[in-house]
Design a protein around this ligand. Structure first.
Ligand SMILES: Cc1ncc(COP(=O)(O)O)c(C=O)c1O
Length: 389
């Protein structure tokens, strides 16, 4: 795909690259991403090849084809391919690390109170199974500066902390954490770090070599336009023999690639078409900055319509193409409250935008993707200004 030198978000030409429902104002790229048609066509092509001769495809061609795709992705995230494995999603990558980490009873696992719920649940399983204590860093939100999110990790850690899971971009608040600084501070205390970068690829320029985390997990289907089922797990060399995928297969004890590339028969088309998604990403130069600019303006309109304060300054170190805005009514503690808001906004106005909860508050988390137009946020703001609650 040749780069579109000058492109404008949300124009009919750009929007036509996705098969999105024209009736819906789609402000939630963050939850699952949205895959462009050209990538889905490539997926279908791989599936046709797979079914033309399944044995040739799986038994003879697949390892080489995964290696080609992995090399392209490794280059994109600045990683040594030897430490990089495809997984189906961030959840699987986190499960691989947390469930195969060499825990001993009495160890502690450090998370944050903003940690994504599925990750917290996996941590709970680890705690129950291995007698591991869970520790939680209390992250400030509203927040003024990235530096304010470093010390809480050190305050929560103890000499028993054996591993920390640090979000690169937090799910409920959409805030970007200063992971290099947190990693450095925890490493100085001898604590290995798994960075949960579920949202980061495509939003933040990644150079996993220089970041040098012990483990890094990232989705390609959220912000890099890959098909659902494309994600990465990076494992630092010293850990490679210790980390296995949640389901073991023929490759057990034969190295990271052998273990992760074959986890039983499954459709690998999302992995194999990741290079097509990367091409699409590169065909929209400046898309991360453009998405940020949409959200920058959008969050101001929404805060103004709701009459609520913005939870952080307009600092590009703190947020990318997603932003949390403050909802006027407090969180009751019953998640059905936000599910109901979400459902009604969709039913009444066909606006798809998630409500999250954190620290007894409700946050409306807007996203921007290339298919969004500034009018999408104006529309939401108008609905909110009209008193819709
Ligand atoms: C911080 C974080 N971690 C993990 C996940 C899980 O991603 P997936 O559903 O692709 O496994 C998400 C999903 O939004 C997330 O925001």
């Amino acid at each position: 795909m040749t780069p579109t030198a000058h492109w404008t978000p949300g124009t009919p030409e750009i929007r036509a690259r996705w098969g999105l429902d024209p009736e819906v104002t789609f402000l939630n790229n963050g939850s699952f991403g949205a895959t462009p048609t050209v990538v889905l066509d490539a997926v279908r092509q791989v599936q046709l090849e797979m079914e033309a001769e399944p044995v040739r495809f799986f038994a003879r061609e697949l390892p080489g084809r995964i290696a080609v795709a992995r090399t392209a992705v490794a280059e994109f995230v600045g990683a040594d391919p030897a430490g990089l494995a495809f997984v189906s999603n961030a959840t699987t990558g986190v499960n691989a690390v947390l469930r195969s980490f060499p825990w001993k009873p009495g160890d502690a696992l450090l998370l944050a109170d903003q940690t994504y719920n599925a990750v917290k649940q996996t941590a709970r399983w680890v705690a129950q199974r291995y007698g591991v204590e869970l520790q939680f860093a209390k992250l400030p939100f509203p927040v003024n500066a990235p530096e304010d999110m470093i010390q809480p990790w050190l305050d929560a850690a103890t000499p028993r902390t054996r591993l920390a899971v640090v979000d690169h971009i937090s799910s409920p608040t959409a805030v970007i954490l200063p992971v290099a600084e947190i990693l450095g501070a925890l490493r100085a205390r001898g604590i290995p770090v798994l960075i949960d970068g579920a949202h980061a690829p495509g939003i933040l320029p990644l150079d996993l070599r220089s970041l040098d985390a012990d483990f890094y997990v990232g989705n390609l289907h959220k912000w890099v336009y890959a098909a659902k089922g494309a994600a990465i797990l990076y494992v630092r060399e010293e850990w490679r023999a210790h980390i296995q995928p949640p389901n073991l297969s023929h490759g057990y004890e034969q190295g990271l690639w052998a273990e992760f590339d074959w986890i039983g028969t499954m459709d690998p088309s999302a992995w194999l078409t990741a290079p097509v998604a990367l091409d699409f990403y590169r065909s929209l130069p400046g898309v991360a900055a453009s998405n940020h600019a949409l959200v920058q303006r959008g969050r101001e309109q929404i805060a103004e319509a709701l009459g609520t304060p913005l939870p952080h300054p307009d600092d590009a170190r703190l947020y990318g193409p997603m932003a949390a805005t403050t909802w006027p009514t407090p969180f009751s503690g019953d998640f059905r409250q936000v599910q109901e808001l979400n459902r009604r906004l969709y039913d009444d106005h066909r606006i798809e935008v998630p409500f999250s909860t954190y620290d007894h508050r409700i946050w409306l988390r807007i996203s921007a993707q290339a298919f969004n137009h500034p009018d999408d946020y104006t529309r939401l703001a108008e609905v909110l200004r009209s008193g819709w609650r």
